[in-house]
Every structure is written in C-alpha cells, then in structure tokens.
Write a protein that binds this ligand. Structure first.
Ligand SMILES: Nc1ncnc2c1ncn2[C@@H]1O[C@H](COP(=O)(O)OP(=O)(O)OP(=O)(O)O)[C@@H](O)[C@H]1O
Length: 615
C-alpha cells in the first residue's frame, strides 16, 4: 500500500499530460480527410526544424554569456536584468510578437534598413522564436553557472588560468549539463512557437502556423498529419537529447605518464605581509613578518584565517595589501600571475577531468614534474580516475599534486586535514612534512590544530576577530601564549584569574604559587603595571603533578578530589577539584591515575606557570 499521496499526485499530472495524446493517437487514424493536409507539411516541417535550430544556436551563443554574468554578479543591475530577461515568459506570445513589431516591423528604422525583410520571412520566424525561447536558455544557464563552486574558479586562477580560460575550461564544462537542458527547452519552445510568429512572420509557414491554417480553413481532420509530424519530430529530438553526451568510457584515452622529474631544490623566499579587507560587516587586518619559511595561521572559527589565505592567493580583493615574497610585491599581481599553489578547504577538483588531467591542468604545469608528484603522493595508480572515484584523502593529495606540478614559489593550504580520519590525516600530514622539507618550499597553513603548527611550521600567527593576537616562532607561541585568549586558542586547559602580591606569590582560590622573577619578564609585562596586581594565569595539564597526599601551603600539594578520569591511550586525563572550589586538568601516564573520587594532592611547578597582567 502506498504510504504517501505523492505517487497519486504525480500520476494525476502524468495522466493529464498523456491522455489527450493517447486520445489523439487512438482517433487520428479514423479521421476522414486527414490526407488532405499532407501537401505543404514537408515544407512547414523543414522551416520549423531549420528556424528552431538557428534560434537555439543564437540564444545559446548570446544566452550562455548572459547566464554566466547573471550568476556571477551580485550587483543590483544584474538582479534587475535577471528579472527583465524572464519577462517574455509572462507575456502571451501574441503580445511578444506585437512588441517585436515595434523593433523590427517594416516601418521601424531597423525594419527599413533591412527593406522589410525582418518580417514575413524566415528571419522573422527566427526573431520571434529567439524572443520567446531565450528565457529558457538564460534561466537554465544561470542556475547551472550558479552551481559552480567559486572556489573552483579561484583555484583555476591560482593555477595560471585567465578570466576567459576559467569560463571555458572550468565553468562551462561544469555547467554543461544544465546548459544542454536549457538548449533542449529553448529548441522545443522555438519549434512549438506560434503566437509571436503569426504576428511577425506569417510566412513561410512553420508547422504550428500551417496547422492553424489547416484547422481554420478545412477543420480538425486536416490537422492530423501536421500534429503527428510535430509530435514525431519533437520525440526524435527528445530521444537524441536524452542520450546525452558520449559516456566517459567512450571518451577514455589511456593516460600516458612521462618519466618523472624531481623539483629543483632551492630555499623558499621569505614571506612578509600587511593586509586589510572588508567582508560585509567583517573587518580584517593582518600583519606578519618572520624569518621562518613555513607559517601556520591558527584561530577560532570565523576569525579570518581563510580570508587571509584568499588575500594572499589574490582571489579576494583587499582594501590595502602589501605582500612581499622574497622582496617582490605579490599584491600588485592578479592571482594567475602570482606563481602560487592554493588548496582551499575542499579539494575543488574539476569533475570532468581525470587525475592525470587535473595535475597537468595548471598553465605551464610540467608533465614530468606532475609525474614525480603523482608518484611521491602515491597517486600513480589512480591517474585515470575521475574525482567521484576518489576518497577524501586521495582527492586532497591530487589537489596538492596539482598545485606542486607548477613548481610554485608559495604554497597556501587551507585546513588540508579537515574531515579526514586519524590514519589518513596522519599520513597526509607526514607526506606534507616531507614535501615541505624536500622542496624547501615557502608555505602558509591554516589550521585549528596546534599539532599541525608544531609539525609543519617554523612561525605561527594566532588570529581572533580579524586581527593578529600573536605572531612569532612556533615554539615560542605554543609554549608562551601572549594572553589568555591566545592560550585558549592553543587548547591550554587550565586558565584562571588571580592576584600576584609584592613578593611575587600568585594566589588564585586555593592555589598559591611563588613565581620566579622570569615569569614577569615576558613581552606581556613590558609596559604593564608590576605586582601587586591582578593577573590571568595558565598552566599546562602535563606540567601539573599529582602527589599522594595534599596540604594547603602550595608546596606540599593542594588537597583535591578526582572528579573525572578519561583514558586517552598512553595518558589519562584527570579533572581534579581542589579543596576550596577551583578545578585543574592534569595528565598522568596511563596506569598511574588515581581512582575516580580518590583524594590526592596537586603540585603546580612555579616555572610552569605563565602569568599575564589582567586587562
Ligand atoms: N564573501 C563574504 N562576504 C561576507 N562575509 C564574509 C565573506 N567571506 C567570509 N566572510 C566573513 O568573514 C569572517 C571570516 O571568515 P573566514 O572564512 O576567513 O573565517 P575562518 O577563520 O577561516 O573560519 P573557519 O575556521 O570556520 O573556516 C567570517 O565572519 C565570515 O562570515
């Protein structure tokens, strides 16, 4: 039994559309006088086929660029145009014909220029058909282009493809299916056009006009053959269109991979930048300068990390930017001339290209170098696969090989490990580490994970709300966050508020730690008020010690209760509730953890505590 009304509703519409057709086919053979309609039907069919095909070609040639521009532009003009080009759909075709008379009629300037040849002629038929059929093509093309991921066009730009090449080699192939559907609709609409045609070009007869003439002069029986011919022609076109383009298998040519060539080794150029941009209501202002060739950008979601990378790639327009790569200003160059490799968050492979075609897609990509990276990234066996036949990790590696095959001067990676499971992420991270080491490539890696920064960068830039929180050598940033917000971003678990007295003793609830003088000599204290003062502090879980017994003097251990125990492989993470209310997270080697609810002591080594003046 059917559980939803959907099939019934669908069946009702199918019946409504097909029953008249069936009734016609059942009754047509019995119509007396049907044959009298035959003379002239061949000419009308030819006129309809030729004019509908010419009209479709014309609206495709002009409508595809229009659809592309409408899809890519967010301007008010594009919005108005998008509505205006749909108007012919709302007009009765007869009125469309009347409007066209005002443009190309025999008494208009254009009409007179062509000696009245734009009406009552095959040209007139085409003009009428174009007017009513164009919206179908434009609407289909616009939605097909709107579905193209802008990141794919961005990546193509960074691979050296100029604006026209991006349209022809990226947007058009991706949108091809939707455009083909639009062409079919436009052809069918042009083929069936009657109202505008009868006003603008009564002659030569198209099939619909011929049928109308037969009907009004001879009666229903005389329309049998024209209707049959029209149905037959439309059916043939629909069947041809339904076969679609040749299947992949028929187009496949064997991939021939040349002998690999390793990249030339040279020390990557130093990267410095100062950039600002506005994204809607979001303001971004970033500055970086450092000696390391490999930079990691860390920050919370929405802090502007990807935007920074897109500014560096040249696919986002800055308000102001100076990007120095080896002393040369990249900001003055368009994306296609920056000589960079860019991997956005999603692999953005082109769905119509096989792996080998992807990795050699970049302008000037060296096939021998592409072959090297295919081999190095373990992709050679996948060379003839399409993107939908790859796993997420494989697709990321193809994106990486594609970027590297152009021997970029700078590699930009936007969360290359996001969404990958642990083994695949570890493998890709190791591969990337090897690539960076072997090529001495300059790179910028956007990530949420401090481990990525530790493994893949010498410098780290921390971001929050579009601004730089901290920028410096990775080791310093990870071990000495510039403030509590930076510490939180780096995943430090024990962050608190407290007070440092004149003897440099930190007091925070039950915690009392006598700080070393070095604790107040970090950059954060440079222009700050010296103790006694309020502070924020932090200590890493692995620095806190759990001891057997607890006291309350801060040296012999603070009494605490084990509130939670989480087993994380080689370590156990404890949540300790200190007597007096505060909580501390502590890690101990697995097997050495106390039981849940047990009493224990906690020692906080003074040299492990970081303190910042309270803001
Ligand atoms: N095209 C845009 N128009 C308007 N606002 C934008 C646009 N692109 C990004 N933004 C805004 O800019 C801010 C920064 O975005 P961005 O993608 O750089 O963040 P992110 O740090 O990379 O975040 P995530 O880690 O989640 O990817 C966000 O608030 C976002 O909503």
């Amino acid at each position: 039994m059917l559980r939803t009304p959907l099939p019934w509703l669908a069946a009702l519409l199918v019946a409504y559309l097909l029953v008249p057709l069936v009734a016609f086919l059942v009754r047509a053979p019995g119509q007396s006088g049907a044959a009298t309609a035959a003379p002239g039907v061949g000419d009308a069919l030819r006129t309809s086929l030729i004019t509908a095909s010419i009209s479709t070609a014309v609206v495709t040639l002009l409508g595809v660029p229009l659809g592309y521009l409408l899809a890519r532009s967010a301007s008010r003009t594009a919005g108005v145009l998008g509505v205006a080009v749909q108007l012919p759909l709302a007009l009765p075709p007869l009125m469309s014909g009347i409007l066209l008379i005002y443009l190309v009629g025999p008494y208009t300037t254009i009409g007179q220029f062509f000696n009245g040849g734009l009406t009552d002629s095959a040209t007139g038929v085409v003009l009428a058909q174009c007017f009513v059929a164009a919206p179908f093509l434009v609407i289909s093309a616009r939605s097909a282009f709107a579905a193209v991921d802008p990141a794919q066009l961005d990546v193509a730009a960074t691979l050296g493809h100029g604006a026209l090449s991006r349209v022809l080699r990226v947007a058009l192939p991706i949108a091809a299916r939707g455009i083909r559907a639009g062409m079919l609709l436009a052809w069918l609409r042009a083929f069936g056009e009657f109202g505008a045609t009868i006003v603008l070009a009564y002659h030569p007869y198209t099939l619909p006009v011929f049928t109308y003439v037969q009907f009004s002069s001879t009666g229903l029986a005389a329309t049998t053959i024209p209707v049959l011919v029209t149905l037959g022609a439309a059916l043939v076109v629909l069947l041809i269109a339904d076969r679609g383009p040749a299947r992949r298998a028929h187009r496949r040519r064997a991939v021939r991979i040349p002998k690999p060539r390793p990249p030339a080794l040279s020390q990557g150029p130093v990267l410095d930048f100062i950039m600002s941009a506005r994204l809607g209501g979001f303001r971004l202002a970033v500055v970086h300068g450092g000696a390391g060739r490999n930079l990691a950008i860390l920050g919370a979601s929405g802090s502007g990390k990807s935007a920074t990378l897109r500014l560096l790639a040249g696919v986002l327009t800055p308000q102001d930017a100076h990007i120095s790569l080896g002393g040369r200003d990249l900001a003055v160059l368009p994306a296609e001339r920056r000589g960079i490799g860019y991997l956005p968050q999603h692999p953005t492979l082109l769905p119509h290209l096989r792996v080998w075609e992807q990795v050699t897609f970049g302008v000037g990509a060296d096939p021998a170098l592409a072959a090297f990276w295919l081999d190095r990234l373990k992709l050679t066996d996948l060379a003839d696969r399409y993107p939908d036949q790859l796993s997420g990790g494989q697709a990321r590696r193809v994106g990486l090989a594609r970027a590297l095959a152009r021997e970029p001067r700078l590699l930009l990676l936007d969360e290359p490990f996001a969404g990958l499971d642990a083994p695949v992420r570890d493998e890709l991270r190791r591969l990337l580490r090897t690539v960076l080491r072997e090529t001495a490539l300059t790179s910028v890696l956007v990530t949420h994970d401090p481990d990525d920064a530790a493994l893949l960068s010498q410098d780290t830039l921390l971001m929050a709300d579009g601004a730089v929180l901290q920028d410096g050598p990775t080791r310093t940033v990870l071990t000495h966050p510039a403030g509590p917000v930076a510490a939180r971003l780096l995943g430090v678990r024990n962050i608190g508020q407290g007070y440092v007295d004149a003897d440099r003793v930190l007091e925070s609830g039950p915690l009392r730690v006598a700080l070393p003088a070095s604790a107040l000599k970090t950059p954060a204290w440079q222009n700050a008020k010296m103790p006694p003062t309020s502070v924020a502090w932090c200590v890493q879980p692995y620095d806190v010690r759990v001891v057997a017994t607890g006291g309350t003097d801060g040296t012999g251990g603070i009494a605490a209760t084990v509130d939670d125990v989480a087993h994380l492989g080689p370590i156990a993470e404890l949540l300790l509730r200190l007597d007096g209310g505060a909580e501390l997270t502590v890690t101990v080697p697995s097997g050495q953890e106390p039981e849940l609810g047990a009493r224990c002591g906690v020692e906080v080594p003074p040299e492990a505590v970081i303190v910042w003046p309270a803001t």
